[in-house]
Design a protein around this ligand. Structure first.
Ligand SMILES: Cc1cc2nc3c(=O)[nH]c(=O)nc-3n(C[C@H](O)[C@H](O)[C@H](O)COP(=O)(O)OP(=O)(O)OC[C@H]3O[C@@H](n4cnc5c(N)ncnc54)[C@H](O)[C@@H]3O)c2cc1C
Length: 370
């Protein structure tokens, strides 16, 4: 029998950051992930500067032998429509590869781990948990992403929730592809669907290209994605054949009401398991890390008593973390005629692109958020 105080299920950013903080404080922590790291993860790999700040990551050091693409401009517009380029004097974002980033964070956490083993059973056992019939833990941290088994245990109606569905492909371009691809590396492009129910992105990170599309409805996702590929082929010289290998995934966005139950007796959820991605941009790495640190603080303050009421401060902390994030893209909540009007007129307006699309929805640097 393997024993630990805290079992962290999932080794993405949420799991490894939470585990790392608990290990540093001297707790006996075990992390379990069904994958062997480094592992691919469907993601655009866009992070905002607070991610590096909170993680105390030195860009120079992280960038040694890993992709860290500085970004100081964005192109925004409509698929098959007009677009604007917004430039900044400073670096406003970075591009990373999740294959490298998640592996780095997991190694840095120093946590004892079992990789390549999924959690398939969770049973109550002597006031704690028996996991997969062979691991005994007093507390479970559910960091297994949208389909996390701990989230199911706490009652998440997985498969019946409103989710963002997305498809993404990331690959290293060969010399010829790099020559033909006209996308500038420091300028990711975001193109909204005409119905404003999602957007596609085109993101060059050093020698890698990342292409994807996410939508708030599941209908015709592949058709929307194929149409987007045709569009970027015409506009940017990206050969549609290059982006053949799409992976799909789903996630929940942060909601003030109707979100998942994130705390139970001897269990709590962090990151995507808790459904914390930003509602407008889909940014999930930053909230995953913020929730992980909040969870670790709550666990340490609980002093070994992991009953629900001792873990409740975490739920309250999550509510303020989500505060102000629960606005939807205004156009997406309006009638389709208004949405089309706003989409076609405003997205290509340079003031709206800078101050609303980028600084309010994506970069969160707007001092007066809606
Ligand atoms: C297509 C797409 C693009 C995105 N682009 C961005 C972006 O550019 N920037 C951004 O900030 N966010 C982005 N997001 C959101 C972001 O990927 C997530 O919010 C983030 O990965 C959440 O981290 P996490 O640690 O909670 O979960 P994950 O990173 O999903 O990690 C969960 C881990 O749990 C493991 N696991 C799952 N089930 C089990 C099990 N049963 N047993 C054991 N282990 C298990 C998995 O193997 C995985 O390693 C994107 C999401 C998608 C789908």
């Amino acid at each position: 029998m393997e024993r630990c105080e805290v079992l962290v299920v999932g080794g993405g950013p949420a799991g490894s950051v939470c585990a790392g903080k608990l290990v540093q404080a001297g707790l006996d922590v075990l992390l379990l992930d069904r994958e062997v790291f480094p592992r691919p993860k469907p993601c655009a790999g866009w992070i905002t500067p607070p991610v590096l700040e909170i993680l105390k990551l030195d860009p120079e050091e992280y960038g040694q032998g890993r992709v860290l693409q500085a970004i100081n401009a964005f192109r925004t517009g409509l698929i098959h429509g007009a677009e604007v380029c917004t430039r900044y004097d400073a670096i406003v974002s970075f591009g990373i590869r999740r294959y490298e980033f998640d592996h780095f964070l997991l190694q840095r956490s120093g946590v004892r781990r079992i990789l390549g083993e999924p959690v398939f059973s969770l049973e109550r056992h002597h006031g704690g948990w028996l996991v997969n019939g062979s691991i005994s833990a007093r507390l479970l941290v559910g960091a297994g992403g949208h389909f996390c088994p701990v989230a199911r245990l706490l009652g998440a109606p997985v498969g019946r929730e409103d989710v963002v569905v997305a498809q993404v492909a990331e690959f290293a371009m060969n010399r010829e592809q790099q020559r033909l691809c006209r996308v500038p590396a420091e300028t990711p492009a975001l193109y909204f669907c005409r119905d404003m129910k999602g957007y596609g992105w085109l993101f060059r990170k050093e020698g890698f290209l990342n292409v994807g599309l996410g939508r708030m409805d599941r209908a015709d996702l592949s058709r929307h994605r194929r149409d987007f590929c045709t569009f970027i082929g015409e506009r940017w010289g990206v050969d549609p054949g290059m982006v053949d290998h799409f992976q799909g995934h789903a996630y929940r966005v942060c909601q003030r009401r109707g979100g998942r139950t994130c705390v139970g007796d001897g269990a709590l959820l962090v990151g995507d398991a808790a459904g914390l991605a930003h509602p407008q941009s889909g940014e999930g790495i930053l909230p995953a890390i913020e929730s992980a640190l909040l969870a670790a603080d709550t666990i340490l303050a609980a002093g070994g008593d992991y009953r629900r009421d001792r873990l409740e401060p975490y739920a309250a902390g999550l509510t303020s973390l989500c505060g102000g994030k629960s606005m939807k893209i205004p156009a997406a909540t309006s009638s389709s005629a208004i949405a089309r009007f706003l989409g076609s007129r405003l997205l290509c307006n340079s003031w709206f692109a800078r101050h609303v699309v980028l600084e309010r929805w994506f970069l969160h640097t707007d001092p007066h958020p809606a």
